[in-house]
Structures are given as C-alpha cells and as structure tokens.
Write a protein that binds this ligand. Sequence first.
Ligand SMILES: C[S@@+](CC[C@H](N)C(=O)[O-])C[C@H]1O[C@@H](n2cnc3c(N)ncnc32)[C@H](O)[C@@H]1O
Length: 283
Amino acid sequence: MENLKKHHQKVISYFKESELGYDVVLGGAKHFGYYPDGINNVTEKKAQELMQDLIAEKLKIKINQLILDAGCGQGIVSTYLAKKHHCKIMGITIVPFEINKAAKLAEKLGLSSSISYYLMDYSDTGFESSKFDAIYAMESFVHSPDAKSTLKEFYRILKPSGKLAIFDYTISKDAEFTRQEREIFDVIVERTAMGSIRDMRHKSFVNLLSNAGFKSVKQEDITKNFLPSVRKLNKLAKIPYIFVDLFKLQKHFINVTAAIEVYNLAEKGLFRYNIFTAEKPPK
Ligand SMILES: C[S@@+](CC[C@H](N)C(=O)[O-])C[C@H]1O[C@@H](n2cnc3c(N)ncnc32)[C@H](O)[C@@H]1O
C-alpha cells in the first residue's frame, strides 16, 4: 500500500471534487439504491432508504445501541437510522467538509444528542476496545488504505457478539477482465481512491473476514438490486461520455466514466455489489 498520507489525500480530493455531483444527483447520499426484485418504479431516494433499511435489518439495531458509521459521508445514512431506530451513532470520515455537513444535518433534524461525527481513519481510530454494539460501512470499506488492518480495527472496537455489516463491491479475478476493461478500471480505482478493491474479490473477501477472527460470516450478492440505480446514472452519463471518450478525458470526468464503465462491468459479472455480515465471537 502506498504511503498512508498520500492515500488519504487521494480520498479527500476525490470527495471534494465530487461534492456537487453527489449533492445534485444523489441528494447528498454517497451510495447506490436498493431496488427490490422486479420493482424499478421507485424513486432513487426511496431506493437509497431501502438500502439503509437493510443495514438496520442486518445489524438487528436496537434502541440505544451504540453504532459506528465507518465512512459516514454527509450523514444521510446515520441520521436516517438514528431517527428511525432511536440508536446512538458515531460517524467517522477522513474528509473534513463531510463532518460539517453531517453535523449540520443532524442538528437540523434534532438529532444532535444521538449522533456525533469525528475526523478519523477507521483503520486506526483510537477508540477504546469493545466499544460498539455494531459497525456498518456503507460503500466506504473499498476506500480503506489496507483491508486487513481495517478489519483488525473493526474487530478490536466491537463488543463481544457485536455485529458488522459491510455494503460494498467485489471484482472478478484480473484474468477475467480484457486488457481494455482492466485499463479503464485501473483509472477508476486510482481516481476514486478505491484502495482495497484488489483485496475484495467475489469469492475470497469472506476469507479476510474469517481470518480477522469474525464468525457467522455471510455474503449476499445484491447486484441485480443495485443495477437499476447504476442504470439511472448510466443514462445521465451517456451523452457527456461521448465527448469524454472522444477526447480521452476519462481521468478528468471520473464519475461520468464510472457511471458508464462500472455499469458495463457489472452487466458482465466482473463487478458485483454485496452485503457482508459477520459477528465478533462472544467472550
Ligand atoms: C462513498 S462514501 C459513502 C458515504 C456514506 N456511507 C454514504 O453512504 O453516504 C465513502 C466514505 O468513506 C469515507 N472514508 C474513506 N476512507 C476512510 C477512512 N480511511 N476512514 C474513515 N472514513 C473513510 C469517505 O470519507 C466517505 O465519507
């Protein structure tokens, strides 16, 4: 792994340059929506909430539990969950402007007493051991500077019997990509700072969770339920991408490029969307 500071800087730059896009196109959320089987006619906002509901379902969130949002973005997920499930959430991110926006949103919604946000790297938090009842990482683990040390840290700060839910991507083995697919995917990985994607393979990411000590490790492939969300972005990006592709500007218009190329990779099974769940063993 490259130098940690450099990686953090890459993450910060990516989210800074994408701020307007996420706000305008996704309402400030930075994750895909969940479209139940056969149902495409829900709004993106509703689909985002259905994805967030899956966090609560997988973690079996209970009133007053203390939960870590690892990679909290602008607080869309944490405010939704705290409001609906009356839990306490600590949200962390390494992107300073996200903290300000998340805290403002929590305040606006009257949730400041149940949610707090901190500038912190989830792979090295400084929290005391066995602090949290549950941890979730919504499309954030992929940006981890190092998958193994992040899982080690999650394990350390979870209480015995605590639950973990990771909503994130996996990819096929390199050999299954054509050279062209690999080249464009490398650009996307580099520019969106997906530091751990190469450790997140369809079949083997579960082993990393087991090797970190987690039990009851499960993987659910929900690619077909996230595809309608990517398809919407793909539609929006189609015309701009004609110019991006013509002038070879992929690096400079990374979200337009990702909307087109990730959709193509997902349609071919090279890129999947999964929910990973696991538990720290009881004492
Ligand atoms: C795609 S966004 C998802 C944000 C939020 N979970 C959501 O769904 O709206 C990824 C988030 O992970 C955060 N992140 C990336 N690397 C991180 C790290 N090492 N420690 C903490 N947060 C990190 C980013 O700052 C960003 O907030």
